[in-house]
Design a protein around this ligand. Structure first.
Ligand code: NAD
Length: 392
């Protein structure tokens, strides 16, 4: 099959197996070249196939030498449909990890279900034994509660009142105003159900019950804060409520992990192009201004750079550096005063005409294509490739 990108709105419906392999191998190379302190050695990553979860898994194995089990929800190739990028990423990761002598196996199923938790526990028990790091990096539009069978959907909306600001159509480069209507109380509650901390806690409780938590165990989940211009849609919006819940869950889990001398942390990460963040209005325009500013200052990072920096903070000698609310801050460079002053100064000036000069939409587009294995020089996209890549 000859595979080209097919972009529909903010998703790409095709993925390229060779390109995804290049994307994964680049991240592996980075992690290999940035050896980390000896930290975790048996790691479970929930949401391990793309974005921050994939980078966490790569950094754990190739930076710290860890064996890993990954959980994700991806689709295999069938008929004239390619597999999803996360499928190809995971196949490439597992192959490279095993070649390097690390254990790597995955469960491709709904992480929110009791059955998936049990299957993961069985695999972890058999192959890893007790785990010393659990990364929870799920980003999902919906969740079925395993107790009630009710399916909840998350929304990206402001709270209280409608919000109007600029956004960009990433494909055309057109900057325009967008108005997002406020969420109903039910939508707020449902977003918290999907993206809050409930499922993270269910995972930790299930692992504890199965006696799979090692002494000194750490669990991590990821959050975002961002600047004023994104607050209405992100931190003060429905997703922000879910992140507040996630952060509250970290405090509860830290208490529960005390008998294991363990700790739960939320890491506040940088805004980056992933399949999930592309769906948020306003944020892609902010990111294109941010990327230009951070690149000019030599501060730009991708998922793997962030995750390597996270593990180096987590496993350095001495206490883990956190803010006053106990969160690890990887958004420190994004939120640096000089960076934010520049982005804020550009914001009122940005239009379709000025964006090419003020922002870096090209970097955004390239990062987006890379997510699906496209836009890599090493790959000949006119070559026939087999889309049916096995994942064991
Ligand atoms: P992503 O879309 O790249 O990854 C999501 C992962 O969740 C994938 O592995 C996917 O397979 C998995 N997943 C989704 N639904 C699932 C299900 N039902 N069962 C099993 N697996 C499922 O997302 P991301 O941007 O890397 O986000 C990960 C976390 O990082 C989220 O909590 C997000 O809010 C947070 N975060 C993201 C950014 C950003 O800018 N991208 C910034 C800060 C924090």
């Amino acid at each position: 099959m000859i595979i080209k990108p097919k972009i529909r709105g903010f998703i790409c419906t095709t993925a390229h197996p060779e390109g995804c392999k290049v994307h994964v191998n680049r991240q592996i190379e980075y992690a290999r070249n940035h050896r980390l302190p000896k930290g975790a050695s048996k790691v479970l990553v929930i949401g391990a196939s793309t974005g921050y979860g994939l980078a966490s898994r790569i950094a754990a194995s190739f930076g710290m030498g860890a064996d890993t089990v990954g959980v994700f929800l991806e689709r295999h190739a069938s008929g004239d449909r390619t597999a999803t990028a996360g499928w190809y990423n995971s196949a490439a990761f597992e192959q490279a990890a095993r070649q390097a002598g690390f254990f790597a196996q995955s469960i491709n199923d709904d992480a929110f279900s009791d059955e998936t938790k049990q299957a993961t526990i069985d695999l972890v028990k058999e192959k890893l034994g007790k785990v010393d790091l659990i990364v929870y990096s799920i980003a999902s539009p919906r969740r079925t509660d395993p107790k009630t069978g009710i399916t909840y959907s998350s929304v990206l909306k402001p709270i209280g009142q409608a919000y109007t600001n600029k956004t960009v159509n990433v494909q055309t480069g057109v900057v325009s105003d967008i108005t997002v209507e406020p969420a109903t109380p039910e939508e707020i509650e449902h977003t918290v159900k999907v993206m809050g901390g409930e499922d993270w806690a269910l995972w930790i409780d299930a692992l504890a019950k199965a006696d799979l938590l090692a002494d000194g165990v750490i669990t991590l989940a990821y959050s975002y804060i961002g600047p004023e211009v994104t607050h209405a849609i992100y931190r003060d919006g429905t997703i922000g409520r879910a992140k507040d819940d996630l952060e509250h869950t970290a405090r509860i889990l830290s208490e529960r992990l005390k008998p294991y001398n363990g700790r739960a942390y939320v890491s506040v990460n940088k805004a980056l192009v992933t399949q999930s963040s592309s769906a948020i209005p306003i944020v892609p325009l902010y990111m294109s201004l941010l990327f230009k500013t951070m690149k000019e200052k030599g501060l730009h990072e991708g998922c793997i750079e962030q995750m390597v920096r996270l593990f180096s903070k987590l496993y350095q000698d001495g206490p883990v550096p956190t803010d006053e609310q106990g969160r690890i801050r990887l958004d420190d460079w994004e939120l640096r005063e000089d960076v934010q002053q520049e982005v804020a100064a550009k914001w009122p000036q940005v239009t379709t005409e000025t964006l090419p000069e003020l922002g870096d939409l090209e970097q955004y587009r390239q990062d987006f294509l890379h997510l699906f294995g496209f836009g890599f020089e090493e790959v000949d996209y006119d070559q026939d490739v087999n889309p049916d890549v096995p994942l064991s």
